[in-house]
Design a binder for this molecule. Structure first.
Ligand code: GLY
Length: 352
């Protein structure tokens, strides 16, 4: 398995549990988008539609079991919180949220409490009075991604996985067959290869996956901080046990890993417009990560004779990890090809 983000780790774990010998190649685990990710499981708050929504909701359904398994196998605790409040800044946005809410309630979720105007204060009184309203999606949630990745690595090693701290430089292929993966220390062969290289996928395969820079801030969680994630169109606030995350910028800036003044200003300004009481909270740091973006914001799945490529999870890699791992497992173990390999095929980008 190439890639030490949550998607690669989830695939590796699933294969180990099925009795396979697994080697995991990790170029720099601190670089993976997963470490910096807010960890929101938020298909509705993100406003997803069509097959991306279907995939996301199906994966959301696997999440509780996935988390329990990771915790059990690693013997580590992983912070998880339930429910996300999606807020609207003006009436027009609230109308859009209401339409989406009705659509989601028809098929995709069973709980979506609507709060208009002052009703919002009943859900969390500290929110800005300027907000027009919101929808609380109880089935959504949030996971501490630092704790999650630590737990996944621990579980991987405990199950006998082999961890190699080096990146894949090149994939040697003969058509639809991968012969080996070149690394700095030599050539690696395997019966089967899984590539979950995130924003770095293009270094290995000719698919349109590119880095989308995200800056995310960490601040003190005030005593009367939000009891759940608050998600606005230009800011999200994620309360965790030890801090509050303020997310996130979306920038096309290649692999520029510099935190910027503009980023800090946008994140704090937008967060304050949702939660003015945050003003006096201590500012801890600014982090940078690279989402694996694609031209239509949907994943890229591909498979050959002895390999699978799972990438392009963009803003939803943490949410998508359990289902992606399941599909990879079914492909390898049972030769079962999920329709998502067709729906998320890279051929959709080909010009006719
Ligand atoms: N899923 C939130 C983000 O990518 O910023």
């Amino acid at each position: 398995v190439v890639g030490g983000g949550v998607v690669g780790l989830a695939c590796a774990l699933e294969l180990l549990r099925a009795g396979h010998e697994v080697t995991l190649l990790v170029r720099n685990e601190k670089e993976a988008a997963s470490r910096v990710a807010g960890g929101m499981l938020a298909p509705f708050s993100e406003g997803l539609t069509d097959e991306l929504l279907e995939f996301s909701v199906e994966s959301l359904g696997l999440w509780r079991e996935f988390l329990e398994t990771v915790k059990e196998l690693s013997n580590r605790s992983v912070f998880f919180s339930k429910g996300i409040l999606r807020v609207a800044k003006d009436e027009r946005e609230l109308d859009e949220l209401k339409k989406l809410r009705s659509y989601y309630l028809k098929r995709f979720c069973s709980s979506a409490e609507l709060a208009e105007g002052e009703e919002l204060g009943k859900l969390y009184p500290k929110l800005s009075e300027k907000l027009a309203g919101g929808v609380f999606y109880e089935e959504e949630g949030n996971v501490d991604t630092e704790e999650l990745t630590e737990a996944l690595f621990t579980a991987f090693l405990r199950l006998g996985g082999e961890l190699r701290r080096e990146g894949a430089l090149r994939v040697n292929r003969d058509g639809e067959r991968v012969l080996s993966v070149k690394t700095h220390s030599g050539k690696l062969e395997a019966d089967y290869f899984v590539f979950a290289a995130g924003a770095w996928t293009k270094e290995l395969f000719d698919v349109p996956v590119f880095p989308v820079k995200g800056q995310i801030a960490r601040a003190e969680l005030p005593p009367d901080g939000p009891p759940f994630v608050v998600y606005a169109r230009d800011a999200y606030l994620i309360p965790r046990e030890k801090d509050l995350l303020l997310g996130a910028t979306t920038e096309r800036a290649g692999f520029d890993a510099r935190p910027t003044v503009k980023g800090a200003s946008a994140l704090t300004g937008n967060a304050l417009s949702v939660l003015p009481a945050l003003e006096e909270a201590e500012f801890y740091e600014l982090r940078v990560g690279f989402r694996p973006g694609t031209p239509d914001g949907k994943p890229v799945f591909y498979f050959g004779e002895n390999f699978a490529l799972v990438s392009g999870h963009y803003r939803n890699g943490i949410l998508h990890a359990p289902l992606t791992a399941r599909l990879v497992f079914l492909l390898i173990e049972r030769r079962e090809v999920s329709p998502y390999f067709q729906k998320f095929s890279p051929y959709r980008f080909r010009r006719t």
